[in-house]
Design a binder for this molecule. Structure first.
Ligand code: FMN
Length: 637
């Protein structure tokens, strides 16, 4: 039995990979650790552990990740008080400071474990994904975790747990063989494939592929008046046919969608793996290396084509991870093998390679290393970082469009940093050949976001994508109270769904929209629809009565343009809020209204600050309204 059990609650894989790092590092300290997915948690199995580390992320609005729901229910239940008597624990929580319930799960897990009788052996860690979550995790690990764990392990060995636990069985997940024991087949036709044994997803990130719905793209259109991919200017509306569980979607909810790698990344990777374009239709499957008889863990749904494996399930837009390098190292020729060995033993060099600012792509790394082919395809496909689904706020309402979900997606684009300084660091560390400097000087194309690039440049009507729906805190209240919506750019997405819902509903209290963009002639998204949703005559009752045609649900529209053109004064949505300060105060504080904010973090924080200036009670009033769920902000970037 392991000395320490590391459980993770993870949605997109960060908590899972941090747990794996802890397991690996524990070995250096002579501690036997084992990682477990909270999905496989059973009360008896969990309670039987002497020392546990919980690495848990927070999702939704302060909620557990999908794989931690059952665990969270169990630890929250006061009936289970005392069930963990004598267990030693520590918690690392992952979250994002932009959410009002920052790190809620880390905090609650820590409190519940103590309430249930556990003993905290080391302080709770707090990771903030809006800043540098990797450094937060490192600081927590290095601030005394290992000393305290060693002490706890020695105590347990000497004194035992000191509590009778009754009958307890280890978690069945621990008995399964690891993924490393799988082998891959790649053949021309499905008929040649060996039978696949029963299997399940290997990692949290891979679970999405098995659970998501396949949906057809019904429509793709540019929403900006001026589009230029070269300048990184594009905002697309995507309409997806809502299949299966997606038909239960709500306005303001979240849709996670899986992107595809760019063709150039796949072509370069095919060569490195010893394949060519003509192999893309070959079928790939996995089976256990030691023969049938136990379940294997699948990296992605198979049998599938090599095309899907490379385009959909592998993330080729990032540098290799430690896991992938370790898996490939043995089959590399010298000197690449030695360079990779050096890289694996040097945390700073690895960090430089994986820096978000540089964004070194998978094939760029191998080119700098001087490797042009011969990578082991089985090790690559099993261990390559998985492609993550990207989340978007839904821009439609099921009341108006029950079978179609719209998304509004702006292209993420920025100048790419050169690879040169990263290559120099790795050369100095002995983890790259000196020839890398010249190769690293070559110009690189502009950095484009993985999913927004795919949508802007590649997605077509009739394509099929994998998508999954999640509810969110952006939802209209059931009461008839004022609604203040504030969105800039693609941040208008949920409000398009909202004005459609308001059009169908009985709302009498005013609903107003503050909308911001750069230039009204170039990027005013949904301009016609938005204008057609606003009451005529600035809300004048007499004019409203005269109105014909569909209901106009918005009492007012306030616009702000940050680059309005020569001679015109620029303004931002926060300026418009301040200008309408008295009305905003009356809607929110006198009439019990709600404020919804959606868009970039900079814009959202500016709006929150402006609200702090116009509302009675200042920033404290804003905090109070946030905690009551009457100011809801969804921010990104
Ligand atoms: C849709 C969504 C909702 C989130 N909600 C919260 C939240 O309420 N509180 C919080 O602190 N962090 C929240 N986060 C941030 C995640 O907890 C954070 O990014 C974490 O590192 C993810 O870990 P994982 O990759 O293991 O799932 C949210 C992230 C997403 C994408």
């Amino acid at each position: 039995m392991a000395d320490v059990h590391i459980y993770f609650g993870s949605q997109s894989g960060t908590a899972e990979s941090f747990s794996e790092e802890l397991q690996e590092e524990a070995e250096k300290y002579g501690i036997k650790a084992e990682v477990r997915d909270l999905q496989t948690f059973t009360p008896e199995g969990f309670a039987a552990n002497n020392i546990v580390i919980l690495v848990v992320a927070t999702y939704g609005d302060g909620e557990p990740t999908d794989n931690a729901v059952a665990f969270h229910r169990w630890v929250s239940n006061p009936k289970n008080d005392g069930a963990l008597k004598g267990q030693r624990f520590t918690v690392m929580g992952l979250g994002d400071m932009n959410y009002s319930r920052f790190n809620n799960m880390g905090q609650l897990t820590d409190t519940h474990l103590e309430r249930m009788g556990g003993t905290r052996i080391y302080k709770r860690g707090v990771g903030d994904d809006s800043q540098d979550i990797v450094s937060d995790f490192e600081k927590w690990r290095e601030g005394g975790l290992w000393e305290n764990l060693k002490k706890a392990v020695a105590e347990v060995k000497k004194e035992g747990r000191c509590v009778s636990l009754g009958e307890s069985r280890p978690n069945s997940a621990a008995l399964e063989k690891p993924l490393g024991s799988a082998v891959m087949s790649i053949v021309r036709s499905s008929a040649e494939l060996p039978a696949e044994p029963d299997s399940e997803p290997s990692e949290v990130a891979a679970r999405f592929y098995f659970e998501a719905e396949k949906c057809t793209v019904a429509k793709v259109r540019e929403l900006r008046q001026h589009r230029s991919l070269e300048e990184g200017l594009s905002t697309m509306e995507v309409e997806l046919e809502a299949s299966g569980a997606l038909q239960k979607y709500t306005a303001g909810g979240t849709l996670a969608m899986l992107p595809r790698n760019a063709e150039s990344d796949v072509s370069a990777m095919l060569k490195l793996l010893g394949y060519s374009e003509s192999d893309l239709n070959k079928k790939v499957t996995f089976k256990a290396a030691e023969g049938a008889g136990f379940k294997i863990k699948k990296p992605f749904p198979s049998p599938c084509t090599l095309r899907d494996a490379l385009y959909l399930y592998c993330d080729l837009a990032r540098a290799p991870t430690k896991k992938l390098l370790s898996a490939l190292q043995d089959k590399l020729d010298a000197p690449a093998k030695e360079f990779v060995g050096k890289l694996l033993s040097d945390a700073d060099a690895l960090k430089a390679l994986q820096s978000d600012a540089v964004c070194c792509r998978m094939h760029e790394f191998w080119a700098l290393l001087g490797v042009t082919g011969g990578l082991d395809p089985v090790a690559f496909l099993l261990n390559c970082p998985r492609q993550r689904a990207r989340e978007f706020t839904i821009a439609s309402s099921p009341l108006m469009a029950p079978k179609r979900i719209s998304l509004c997606v702006s292209l993420t684009a920025r100048e790419t940093e050169s690879l040169e300084s990263m290559a120099e660091k790795l050369i100095t560390a002995g983890a790259m050949p000196p020839t890398a400097t010249a190769a690293a000087r070559e110009a690189r194309p502009r950095f484009l976001g993985m999913c927004s690039r795919y949508i802007s440049a590649d997605l077509k009507e009739g394509d099929c994508v994998l998508a999954k729906y999640h509810s969110s805190s952006l939802a209209l209240p059931s009461k008839d109270v004022p609604i203040v919506m504030v969105g800039a750019g693609a941040g208008v997405a949920p409000f398009r769904g909202f004005w459609d819902e308001l059009r169908k509903g009985p709302q009498v209290a005013p609903a107003v929209l503050f909308f911001g963009c750069r230039n009204p002639a170039q990027d005013w998204l949904y301009k016609d629809e938005m204008s057609a949703a606003v009451k005529l005559g600035g809300g004048c009752a007499a004019l409203a009565r005269m109105q014909v045609g569909p209901k106009r649900p918005l009492a007012s529209l306030f616009t702000a343009f940050s680059r309005p053109g020569e001679g015109k004064e620029k303004s931002y949505v926060q300026d418009a809020i301040k200008k309408q300060g008295e009305s905003v105060k009356a809607w929110v504080q006198n009439m019990g209204g709600y404020v919804f904010i959606c868009g970039s973090t900079a814009m959202g924080n500016g709006v929150l600050q402006a609200l702090g200036e116009v509302l009675e009670g200042g920033p404290e009033a804003v905090d109070m309204l946030k905690s009551e769920g009457r100011i809801v902000a969804e921010m990104w970037g």
